[in-house]
Design a binder for this molecule. Structure first.
Ligand code: B12
Ligand code: SF4
Ligand code: SF4
Length: 278
């Protein structure tokens, strides 16, 4: 069976319809160790977008309101790797999403899955920038995979809205800090960092440069069913403390640990549980 068709069919069964096939020689490696430990020579990479549910949230980023996207991407890549192994038992393949050996935005651009926004995000014509990027690296040759030639990078219309709205000024070159990164930083935060989190009422992530982007108006809702389940629009200290280990580890912020999320909630609301803040 044609391997490219088998992979495309499997991804489509998972609700994924933005897919590209690249010769590995074109990607930019950012963490070589992650691929060298797999013990095979990477020759091709399947790039795909995983649109997420972008409904409104209160004090956490929309991408983190649903189930952990790392788990969703793993479920998808596991299915695709099974399909690859069925067609090519001798092939090796490894799936990634976020914690990847490659610069995923760069590879998604080369695969033609979107345009590059001035906010640094990949913007897809159908789903906007509310997409995660997943990748499966294989040792199947680019010829056998029928890889596409890398696409020219297209840039957004540069309306300037994200630059204007960015709370830290990183998009205006006035700061080196992103609010999303501040919420993930371990240890004690500075008064300035805490003030920003309070002003924008966020205990995890930042959606401001996505929310103001005109390409994110009237985007298609995600076809990936997992993202409609178990959504949380507001985090409180009580709710986070009450989560079982299993519940906590099924969240996008779990990798950073409960302590950091609780610290952020303490910074935001002090002794108050934060239930009544709007
Ligand atoms: C570290 C990291 C962060 C850091 C730093 C982000 C940053 N701006 O680099 C922090 C914690 C701040 C962060 C925040 C967010 N992140 Co993040 N992050 C990553 C991670 C793990 C690595 C990024 C990295 O270091 N790349 C390598 C460096 C060297 O690349 P770079 O030069 O910065 O990247 C640029 C080049 O590739 C350039 N480029 C490529 N080709 C070309 C061609 C031309 C002509 C030009 C001009 C540029 C260009 O475009 C990129 C963007 O500027 C990636 C996953 C991955 N493995 O790629 C996710 C990733 C980028 N993050 C993602 C997301 C969703 C977010 C948030 C929206 C989450 C949130 N709501 O809080 C924010 C958005 C912040 C923002 N505006 O960028 C998604 C982006 C999906 C998308 N649609 O683009 C990724 C791809 C994860 C995933 N698998 O889905 N993130
Ligand atoms: S808000 Fe405007 S400048 Fe920023 S990414 Fe969107 S289109 Fe580009
Ligand atoms: S995520 Fe927030 S702080 Fe980071 S670049 Fe976008 S608007 Fe600025």
């Amino acid at each position: 069976m044609n391997i490219r068709e088998a992979i495309t069919d499997t991804l489509e069964q998972c609700g994924i319809d933005e897919i590209g096939f690249l010769d590995y020689k074109y990607v930019r490696e950012i963490n070589t160790r992650l691929i060298s430990r797999e013990g095979f020579t990477p020759r091709s990479v399947i790039m795909f977008l995983v649109p997420y549910y972008a409904g409104a949230t209160e004090n956490l980023s929309v991408y983190a309101a649903g189930p952990d996207y790392h788990t969703v991407i793993k479920r998808i890549t596991d299915r695709v790797i099974s399909a690859i192994t069925e067609c090519r038992p001798e092939a090796s393949a490894k799936g990634f999403g976020d914690h990847s050996p490659i610069d995923e935005r760069h590879a998604a651009l080369l695969a033609g899955l979107g345009i590059l926004g001035k906010n640094g995000l990949i913007i897809n014509r159908t789903y906007g920038s509310y997409v995660f990027i997943g990748d499966i690296i294989t040792d199947i040759s680019a010829e056998e995979m029928e890889c596409d030639l890398p696409k020219e990078t297209e840039l957004c219309e540069d309306c300037g809205r994200c630059r204007e709205a960015c709370p830290t000024g990183i998009l205006r070159g006035e700061s080196s800090e992103c609010l999303s990164a501040i919420t993930q930083t371990k240890g004690e935060l500075s008064d300035g960092q805490i003030a920003l989190m309070k002003k924008y009422d966020t205990c995890w992530g930042c959606d401001i440069c996505s929310a103001v982007c005109p390409y994110n108006r009237s985007v298609r809702m995600t076809p990936v069913e997992d993202f409609y389940e178990g959504r949380i629009s507001r985090l409180t200290k009580d709710a986070v403390e009450a989560m079982s280990e299993g519940e906590f580890s099924s969240r996008a912020f779990a990798w950073r640990g409960r302590k950091t999320v609780l610290r952020n909630l303490e910074y935001l609301y002090g002794g108050d549980n934060g239930e009544n803040k709007t």
